[in-house]
Each structure stands twice: as structure tokens, then as C-alpha cells.
Design a protein around this ligand. Structure first.
Ligand code: UD1
Length: 374
């Protein structure tokens, strides 16, 4: 008699902008195992603006999510609680065998905690990263998610060291590389064909790209004013392109700082960009000023100099091997780092181990052959 085998049901969770590029390649890699695995994407709706969400699905050729939970914004407790309540319903309805979360946003901890408590096996993509700064909401999300997930997929050696030092079982901690870099490889042909530089009248390697959205940089009026003044100053020497994250745009308006950007003709503030346009802007930038996590990695993979306006990084390999330099964001530090860069000094870098575009394939191979127990 022929044996009837059931397909495994796997959910990958996305919620906020940096999740989309980490999960898209995993979805593609599961296609190879379509006879054994049914893979679903669940979108919590933590980010909901078209520019912060929909654009990434189309740019990365991701299918529409099987479920959209529409949780939206709120305080950390409100947002995380909504994510958990809604995701529990999905899990009870779908009965997945396995749940995967990525990165360090509230959807990451909210959905992994929900799944673990329902007895569902879980994995964390981008496990083990630590800034050792517990004032960052993301650091709490990383620590908590790694403590409860069954399988931990790691992007860089520091992640392995951090997890093994805190007692994670070695056989469940896997150094697989970086799925965000997989997405970069995948979208590069589209980025090369992008018209965004022409649309913004930019010349390759003649502008600086800026992103700022960390609460520590944009939630305090004095710090945000100081950073905008610094950018206005820099824009006298180098054209600046600054896609404004909704948090940053709201705070510029709330603190009445619009005049600082409006009075600087070389400082071009634009809407948040889709993945392909942003990748095109990154690869052709002279250098990048940012407080993002993911951009530190993408610039290292692209070989573009990156000045990160933070005291700490949870991605030390980008400084040790890559093109990243940490600049604690005080006036003296930033001015001298910018002067050095404008004078032509550039940090050369190397691509970190396993950032080769095949991380998702490794993850999926491990899941199918080691994590799923019939
Ligand atoms: C979140 C993540 C952060 C990640 C960032 C990337 C957490 C704790 N933080 O921060 O790790 O680096 O995403 O963007 O999960 N808003 C909109 N439209 C949207 C989304 C947000 O207008 O689509 C507004 C919200 O109303 C809120 C602000 O932007 O006022 C911030 O959004 P929020 O989700 O609180 O966190 P992020 O700062 O985006």
C-alpha cells in the first residue's frame, strides 16, 4: 500500500522593513522542497505604509502574505501584545510545524514567543548579534528571541561566540551566512537598471546617502537638531540624499525643525525608497551616513564606505573586516569623520565569510534535513 505523507507547514514571519529582505530568499529556497514543505509568509503589519512594506514585496518578487495581521503602530507593549494576539489566532488556525522569525524587531519576539508557548518549533534568522546596549529595544528583542528559539541561524562569527558563551546548545547554532546579502545579489541586476539617480539628478560617487531613524538619534529634539545642522553643513561640500523614515519625518515636524532642511539646497530629503531604488542609491554613493543595522552590512558587501552614527554595533564584523566605522554621534566625532572622508580617506574592506548569496539555501537545507521530524 502506498504511504500517504503529509507536507510540513512552515510559517516565516515578516513585520517591519528590514524583515522583508531577510525572508524573501528563504521563501525562494523552499521552492526546491515544494513536494515536502508548504511555506507561508505571515505579515504582522508592524510597518504598513506602502513605501515601508508593499514596495519590498514587489521588488523582491515575494508572493502576497498568506495572512496580514494589520497590527500597526503603538507603544512597545501595545504593538507586541497585538502581534501576539493576532499571531496566536493564525497558529491555532493553521497549525504550523515550524515558525521562523528574522532580525530584532517587535514582530520577531512577539511571534517567536507566541509559537514557543504553543509548542511549535521555532528558528531565528540573524541570531546571536549583540550591541550590549540594553537601552536599545532591538537588543532586548535579540536576547529574548535567542533564549527561546530552538534553532539559531547566525550571520557572523561574533554571533556564534555570543550564543555559545551564553549556553545555547552548539548542535542547534548554525553559522549559515547572511540572507540579507542573498537579497542584494538577487536584486542587483534590477538595481543596475534603476533610473533613480537620473530622476534625482545625481552623479555616481558624487553624493552622500543618509538614513537616520534610531530613537537615540531622532526622538530627542536637541540631538535631531544637531544632526540636521551637521547635515546642512556637510551639504555645502557634498550633495546629500536623505530618504526620511516616518519616525524621523514626524519628529522633524513635531520639533519644528523643517527650516533646517529647507534652507540647505544641497540636502535633498525624499520619501522612503523601495528596495531596488535604495540599493541603486547605496551602490553609487560616495559614502553613507546611517544609524541602521542592515545598511552597515549592505555597505560592507558593496564595498561602499559607511559611517555609522552610533556608540555600538551588534554587527562587529562590518568594522573588523568591512567598510564600516562607528562614530559616536557627538559634534566633534562627526565633524572629524566627515572631514577625513571628504579629504579622500576611504576604508577598504573584505566580504565577511559566507556572505556569498547562498545563506537561505543553507538554512532551508538544515531545516528540511535536520529540524523537521516526521
Ligand atoms: C522598527 C524597528 C527597528 C527597525 C525599523 C526599520 C522595533 C522595535 N523597531 O522601528 O528595529 O530598524 O523598524 O524601519 O521593532 N510608521 C509609519 N508608517 C509605517 C511604519 C511606521 O508612519 O509603515 C510610523 C509609526 O506610526 C511610528 C513611527 O513610524 O510613529 C515608528 O514606527 P515603529 O514601528 O514604532 O518603529 P520603527 O522606528 O519603524
Amino acid at each position: 500500500m502506498q504511504q500517504i505523507t503529509r507536507k510540513f507547514k512552515i510559517i516565516s514571519v515578516v513585520g517591519a522593513r528590514p524583515n522583508f529582505m531577510k525572508v524573501a530568499p528563504v521563501h525562494r529556497a523552499f521552492a526546491k522542497y515544494a513536494d515536502r514543505v508548504e511555506h507561508h509568509i505571515v505579515h504582522t503589519g508592524q510597518h504598513y505604509d506602502a513605501a515601508m512594506s508593499d514596495a519590498f514585496f514587489s521588488d523582491l518578487d515575494m508572493p502576497a502574505p498568506s495572512f496580514f495581521l494589520g497590527v500597526g503602530s503603538g507603544s512597545h507593549a501595545t504593538q507586541t501584545a497585538k502581534i501576539m494576539t493576532e499571531f496566536e489566532r493564525v497558529c491555532l488556525d493553521m497549525k504550523p510545524d515550524f515558525v521562523m522569525v528574522a532580525g530584532d524587531v517587535n514582530s520577531t519576539i512577539g511571534c517567536s514567543l507566541t509559537a514557543v508557548k504553543l509548542g511549535i518549533a521555532t528558528a531565528h534568522i540573524e541570531a546571536g548579534l549583540r550591541s550590549f546596549d540594553r537601552t536599545m529595544p532591538e537588543e532586548i528583542n535579540r536576547i529574548a528571541t535567542d533564549a527561546i528559539c530552538d534553532w539559531l541561524f547566525v550571520t557572523e562569527q561574533s554571533g556564534m561566540d555570543n550564543l555559545l558563551a551564553t549556553g545555547s546548545p552548539a548542535e542547534r547554532v548554525k553559522f549559515v551566512g547572511n540572507t540579507m546579502i542573498d537579497s542584494m545579489h538577487y536584486a542587483m541586476p534590477k538595481a543596475k537598471a534603476s533610473t533613480i539617480l537620473r530622476e534625482l539628478s545625481l552623479e555616481s560617487k558624487k553624493y552622500c546617502l543618509v538614513t537616520l531613524h534610531r530613537p537615540s538619534n531622532v526622538d530627542e529634539p536637541e540631538q535631531l537638531r544637531f544632526l540636521l545642522e551637521t547635515l546642512a553643513d556637510l551639504s555645502k561640500h557634498r550633495k546629500i540624499v536623505f530618504p526620511l523614515h516616518p519616525r524621523t519625518r514626524k519628529n522633524i515636524e513635531r520639533f519644528g525643525l523643517q527650516s533646517l532642511t529647507e534652507a540647505a539646497p544641497g540636502l535633498l530629503t525624499i520619501e522612503p525608497q523601495g528596495y531596488v531604488s535604495f540599493l541603486a542609491l547605496m551602490r553609487s554613493a560616495d559614502f553613507i551616513l546611517t544609524d541602521s543595522g542592515g545598511i552597515q552590512e549592505e555597505t560592507t558587501a558593496l564595498g561602499v564606505p559607511c559611517l555609522t552614527l552610533r556608540d555600538t554595533t551588534e554587527r562587529p564584523v562590518t568594522c573588523e573586516l568591512g567598510t564600516n566605522i562607528l562614530i559616536p554621534p557627538t559634534s566633534e566625532n562627526i565633524r572629524s569623520a566627515i572631514d577625513t572622508t571628504l579629504n579622500g580617506e576611504r576604508k577598504a574592506g573584505h566580504i565577511p565569510p559566507l556572505w556569498d548569496g547562498n545563506a537561505a539555501e543553507r538554512i532551508v537545507e538544515i531545516i528540511v534535513n535536520q529540524c523537521l521530524i516526521p
